[in-house]
Ligand binder design. Structure first.
Ligand code: 13P
Ligand code: SF4
Length: 301
């Protein structure tokens, strides 16, 4: 705790001195989420809020693709990621060349790319989506079939809710793929009445077994709206810690899976990022133009 307090005070001072803000994803640990972040949310909210950010420096407390998205939307600002190793198994599952090959294989079919991808992959796609707007994005295109990359499970979960045909890829989130329907059955037996919320990156058989599925923001809104007496969030561990703070009357059952990439962001490296201006996100302008168009097209929906 003493180091936490020292780091928090230093970060708050550095933000003022440097005209910086911190955007933090819902999976950041509570001391980041509650004590130093200016804006918190799911991937969609962070992208939207990045557009209106007034500070000159944006520190992205999240993973690399989120920092790239913030940079795409703020080409004239400095965007910092505190740890360059903060990757994502979904972003690592596909390359720009893979997308070009998919286009050759399925000519004329639009490519919808999850934001959990590199800027180079976004640049090859027609439009981006997040877990919060995937169905709306797919249906906005007015076509019978789309290619949806790279999360196989998100694609299948969206496919169950729409008449649009979806051609998927084989990428998986290493955190959500570990949940199983048996986990849910065991939880229901051990915690009678528990309401189960599952992220749509979970396998479809998990989502079917759950009571509700939605992005991290949608899960948080569900708890706020429904105030279930007992709930379990089938997602990354910090999510329950962060949501529970505002809901002392809700019992959070907490089996969860850690995302090592999200956890590589700490108060100490956020402080170093602000002190030493690192690590600055830069995107090749030839990639940035088309990648920005795909993100902006999503935000216009
Ligand atoms: P959302 O916050 O958009 O639901 O995304 C979850 C996730 O896994 C981000 O890496
Ligand atoms: Fe990627 Fe999954 Fe970690 Fe999100 S939780 S950053 S999707 S590996």
């Amino acid at each position: 705790w003493p180091t936490f307090v020292e780091d928090i005070e230093a970060i708050l001072a550095l933000k003022r001195e440097r005209n910086a803000i911190i955007l933090a994803h819902n999976y950041q640990t509570p001391e980041i989420f509650h004590c130093v972040a200016d804006i918190v949310g799911d991937s969609l909210a962070l992208a939207r809020k990045a557009v209106t950010a007034e500070a000159q420096i944006i520190v992205l407390a999240g993973v690399y693709f989120m920092a790239e998205t913030a940079k795409l939307l703020n080409p004239n600002k400095t965007v910092l990621i505190p740890d360059l190793g903060a990757g994502c198994s979904l972003a690592d599952s596909i390359t720009a060349q893979d997308v070009r090959l998919m286009r050759q294989r399925y000519p004329e079919i639009p490519v919808v790319t999850y934001v959990n991808t590199s800027a180079a992959v976004k640049a090859e796609s027609d439009i981006c989506c997040t877990s919060g707007n995937a169905k709306a994005v797919v249906e906005s295109l007015g076509v019978p079939r789309v290619i949806m990359l790279p999360d196989e499970y998100l694609a299948k979960n969206v496919s169950a809710e729409t008449n649009v045909g979806i051609i998927a890829w084989k990428g998986h989130c290493e955190v959500h793929e570990r949940f199983t329907p048996a986990d849910i059955r065991e939880l229901r037996a051990a915690h009678p009445g528990v309401v189960v919320l599952a992220h749509p990156e979970c396998p479809p058989d998990v989502v079917i077994e759950a009571d509700f599925s939605g992005s991290t923001a949608a899960m948080s809104d569900y708890v706020e709206r429904e105030k279930p007496p007992r709930v379990v969030l089938m997602t990354e561990c910090s999510m329950s810690d962060n949501v529970a703070v505002a809901h002392p009357d809700v019992e959070f059952v907490r089996p969860c899976n850690l995302c090592p990439h999200m956890k590589s962001i700490t108060l100490a490296n956020i402080r170093s990022a602000l002190e030493e201006n690192r690590h600055e996100v830069r995107i090749d302008p030839r990639i940035a133009g088309p990648a920005r168009r795909a993100v902006e097209r999503m935000l216009s929906i």
